[in-house]
Design a protein around this ligand. Sequence first.
Ligand code: CO
Length: 497
Amino acid sequence: MEPRKKRPNKQQDNSLVKNVAEEEKVQAQPEKQKKKKVFITETALRDAHQSIMATRMRTKDMLPVAELMDEVGYHSLEVWGGATFDACMRFLDEDPWQRLRELRKRFKKTKLQMLLRGQNLVGYRHYADDAVREFVKRAVGNGLDIIRVFDALNDLRNMEVAADQIKKEGCHLQMCISYTISPVHSLDSFAKLSQEMKNMGADSICIKDMAGLLSPVDAANLVRAIKEKTSLPVQVHCHYTSGMASMAYFAAIEAGADVVDCAISPLSMGTSQPATEAIVAALKGSEMDTGIELTKLVPIAEHFKKVKEENRSLVMGIEGVDVNVLIYQIPGGMYSNLVSQLKEQNALEKLHDVLEEVPKVRKEMGYPPLVTPTSQLVGTQATLNVLTGNRWKVVPKEVKNYFLGFYGRPPGKMDEEIKKIVIGEDEPIKGRPGEILEPELEKAREVMEPWIVEPEDVLSYVLFPAVAKDFLVRKYARETKRDVGLQEAIENVAYPV
Ligand code: CO
């Protein structure tokens, strides 16, 4: 809890005691409200549609209500990062940088924030330090105010370069605890982690409950523990999958949480966040009032309801409560990935076996929190173990890399026998995974030089070579009519994918 501010000196004139007392009440009230006011980050433009609409919201679905959203009084809007960068180019034929600029133009009052996967940036592998620094620079330069950084393993070494650059850019550094439950995670271990984040320069701490595992009691204890250790603002990010998220928010807020992540109602609940309107209404009139007027949210909700209806075929989030989350600790996206992987293999009847296999694989891998990319690693391995009928017989390269330490240090010990099966005679790396990667920007720049129109293009290319190649060909063919030369040249690009 923040220390209370000193009240103004009382007047000494006794005849005014009553009036002063009245006046104090009036003055004290707003002061108290100000101190305990709860703020909301709206996730409609990033996590919410990533969670329930396959990340397919287009920029043109966002812009019509941007000005209205700017008037609401949100703490911030999450608009970028996560899977949106990839999805923009891969599915929507959109430039993610352009989206950010368009949003920035319209959000004049509200802070914009993104989710950054530490050394993974917005991709699925580790990138070299030079790419991490350049990405952060450009992200801030294009309009972000807050960058939330996490690492799937809570390995701070994977966040340190990004964190350092975020601070250098003068941007708000929010460091994120990937919350999970396991025999190697505890209140103390998370509190210690938050202290280390503060030492790294964190301006605030986010509890990221990607799977919806955070119970109200744990939420309150965790917020208190982090506050005690760090005195930093605490933001809570939950997914609704298990049905506990709004209870967790309330408990967290009572324990002193400063900001909670919510999604406007049509894009809320299920695998997404609690509904903004419900949280605003729940806190209305209390000392924790968000200060947001419900009526301002109505046209925004109506707009996104239409967007959701237009994209009905893409809406795939789990509706209602999914107890599998509580039993198997699987985040929203992972469950649907498992289902579609099994469908592709015509083996949907094995779903239960795969769900049973996930915790075993997770234990053998040292209890990683399940979030991109570890959720994919554990999910894919569990599926392979079940489908081949022979555990750890077939191991993808990415899983082997995990055992070799390329993803970072797992929270618990990896199973030594399994590790031996997976890596054989290969030696695991010792240091920070990012430091063994050769700088990659210069090479990409050389290769792409004649066709780079904006410096951001290089980053898109480094992040997703194949997808960005296709995208840039289409984009600049449209814009410059240089399609033939560009296509030819890009096809000759000898850049590792
Ligand atoms: Co999320």
